[in-house]
Design a protein around this ligand. Sequence first.
Ligand code: SME
Length: 152
Amino acid sequence: MTQPRNYHDVSQRILAICEGEDDVITLMATMACELYHEFDGFDWVGFYRVTAPEMLKIGPYQGGHGCLSIPFSRGVCGAAARTKETQLVADVNAFDGHIACSSSTLSELVMPVFDKDDRLIAVLDIDSDKADFFTQSDVDALTPLLTNIFAR
Ligand code: SME
């Protein structure tokens, strides 16, 4: 992956579809669907929601079966929730504590999702069957989109 992916069209589409919508699950479902279908190599796209202190539960997603619950102490998703920082993992097998929902996942990008009061409400998890598939350019494109959708 050398060229940055072009998020322009999918971002515009998500923003247009979600205009005026404020239900968080509806927004998550729409974003997961649009991102999953936009890019080859996005093999799992979905949200884990903060449903209790230190606990994530599966939210809207596209792709194969996802684990139902992830404590903040576990996995890439847990690390993103715990630190409130994006986790760009080029090789999941080198990530201590990675949760293998699918053995085909080789790399992943997990970003914290905040509401308008800057509270952590979820993480966005994007997994790929290709190694080293995500770059800072993905983070740079997704950050304003997450803000525009969930923190408005
Ligand atoms: N890989 C994630 C778990 C979620 S699934 O892959 C859908 C993790 O380690 O947090």
